[in-house]
Design a protein around this ligand. Structure first.
Ligand code: HEC
Length: 114
């Protein structure tokens, strides 16, 4: 009887561990379509281009400057602060209207992948 319940808990533990392992590669991967859509919906492209500097820095430059610091990017995407546009004027940076940490993390990863 004891042995049976021991076996059962071992099985539960193993199942939990393997589902964790399965979950990880999915987390590490960037959902490019979802990121692009969020970027587009929030009109980030008005000021940011993947390659070229527009009113704001290119995504390449942002990726280079932030060196994989996903947390810092998410902070930037969700907390507004004054930024200087390339024409010298200042405005409050756009924040993404989403509390979905997964979507925000995905967008940050996508930006950093440039
Ligand atoms: C009105 C123009 C404008 C819009 C719209 C805009 N940005 Fe920016 N963004 C800027 C400028 C200018 C900077 C540079 C700020 C600085 O260096 O102080 C910047 C900086 C950034 C940075 C880099 C922060 C850092 O510390 O390196 C990220 C990331 C970013 N923007 C993402 C976005 C996203 C995502 C959107 C859409 C929700 C967006 N931006 C919309 C102008 C804009």
């Amino acid at each position: 009887m004891i042995e049976l319940s021991l076996r059962r808990s071992l099985l539960v533990a193993l199942t939990a561990a393997s589902s964790l392992l399965l979950a990880f590669p999915a987390v590490a991967q960037v959902d490019e379509d979802a990121a692009k859509l969020l970027f587009k919906q929030n009109e980030c492209g008005k000021c940011h281009n993947p390659e070229k500097a527009k009113k704001g820095p290119s995504l390449k430059k942002i990726a280079k400057d932030n060196k994989g610091d996903e947390k810092k990017l998410i902070q930037h995407l969700t907390v507004s602060k004054k930024v200087k546009l390339d024409d010298g004027t200042e405005e409050d940076h756009k924040v993404i209207d989403s509390k979905d940490q997964k979507a925000l993390g995905n967008l940050a990863k996508w930006i950093l992948s440039h």
